[in-house]
Design a binder for this molecule. Structure first.
Ligand SMILES: [Zn+2]
Length: 364
């Protein structure tokens, strides 16, 4: 296969070929030309999704998990960072027509302090370092813990863990070669998580100027999952007898754009994740990119957060000679017209063409 187009992020017009599923910049005799104009973007990344959690909740079966991964692929998301899954999705590694999943094992929480039956629930927080080490060995370099959740005895978001045990647990993950990320909505869990050396925060709606500064000092990344934060008002509506919690969720939602803008401006690395699985449908990475743009990232940075920057953060190549031919082709510059992200001209995974919308119509 041969393609000619504007290759991002450098935006140079290049010819590239696919040979044996890999990118080549040397001509391949007899290659069929797929396009002569177009914008070629390194395979998109959904840096927070859950292949294996059924839409509406519960464990997904193998056929359902495959369908979820196919939906991501057809939307151009060719690398997925799983942020916790109740089922073992390692069988997907044998499906070369599905996106690569970087797994985090199962969520680690405490009893009554997360979505029921989704994660491993520790009665005694002192078991956290051991369980983190176990999940580190089970996953693909990430461990997911639940940092805060509603405490019904208090009626508001509260941290799940003491600062000392977090430090021990994150050290244990690092000793086992894994990075750690945490679900965190509110303000109070953040200093303990960041100080303990956590590598990434999911959602992070409670970030303040102080905790943003701490993230910058520690080099902590942020995956805001803005598509999910949009559901906060519904969560608040169904909070029933917890009015303080409901008001808190509404407030976090009200200021999320500013929170993300502040973190970005301060220099926190931000990556795109939809939180698909459970309450969010798969295949919405284009919407997350648009939301990051609306929260103050430039169109280039918002796309980079779901492509080349996320790939490099996860240790995966972009469009390089010898790298797997994982890229998405658009008819127009997706930084100028982000709406085009919803209808890729071509999705190419490991050198195979999957999704294709319409002819190239745009002008360079
Ligand atoms: Zn999630």
């Amino acid at each position: 296969m041969h393609l000619r187009g504007v290759v991002l992020p450098d935006a140079d017009v290049r010819d590239l070929w696919v040979r044996d599923g890999l990118v080549s910049f040397e001509p391949v005799p007899g290659a069929e030309t797929l396009c002569r104009t177009g914008w070629i973007v390194p395979g998109l990344v959904d840096a927070h999704c859950h292949v294996g959690i059924r839409y509406g909740g519960g464990d997904e079966d193998h056929a359902g998990a495959i369908a979820q991964a196919e939906t991501e692929r057809d939307a151009g998301a060719l690398l997925l960072r799983d942020a916790g899954s109740p089922i073992d999705t390692r069988f997907i590694d044998d499906h070369h027509d599905l996106p690569k999943i970087i797994r985090a094992g199962r969520h680690i929480a405490r009893p009554r302090r997360y979505i029921r039956e989704l994660g491993i629930e520790l009665d005694d927080e002192r078991d956290l370092p051991e369980i983190v080490a176990e999940q580190a060995r089970f996953g693909d370099g990430w461990v997911k813990i639940v940092g805060d959740w509603i405490d019904r005895s208090v009626g508001d978001l509260r941290p799940l863990w003491s600062d000392a045990i977090l430090k021990e647990a994150i050290d244990a993950a690092h000793a086992n070669g894994a990075r750690v990320t945490a679900h965190v909505f509110g303000e109070d869990a953040l200093p303990g998580l960041i100080d303990a050396g956590i590598d990434c925060l999911e959602h992070g709606t409670g970030l303040t100027d102080e905790t943003i500064e701490m993230m910058v000092e520690h080099g902590t990344a942020l995956v805001p999952t803005l598509v999910n934060i949009d559901t906060f008002p519904e969560i608040a509506d169904s909070a029933g007898k917890f009015p303080t919690y409901a008001a808190h969720m509404r407030d976090l939602h009200r200021r999320v754009k500013q929170t993300v803008a502040n973190a970005h401006e301060a220099g926190v690395p931000i990556f795109a994740g939809t939180d698909a699985g459970g309450s969010i449908r798969h295949g919405r990475i284009a919407e997350e990119i648009a939301a990051l743009g609306a929260a103050g990232l430039s169109a280039h940075d918002a796309l980079g957060a779901a492509s080349w920057n996320a790939r490099s953060w996860l240790g995966r190549p972009s469009i390089e000679a010898g790298a797997p031919a994982d890229f998405v082709v658009y008819q127009e510059d997706p930084r100028v017209n982000p709406e085009i992200l919803a209808t890729p001209y071509a999705v190419i995974l490991r050198g195979r063409l999957f999704q294709r919308h319409g002819p190239i119509t745009g002008h360079r």
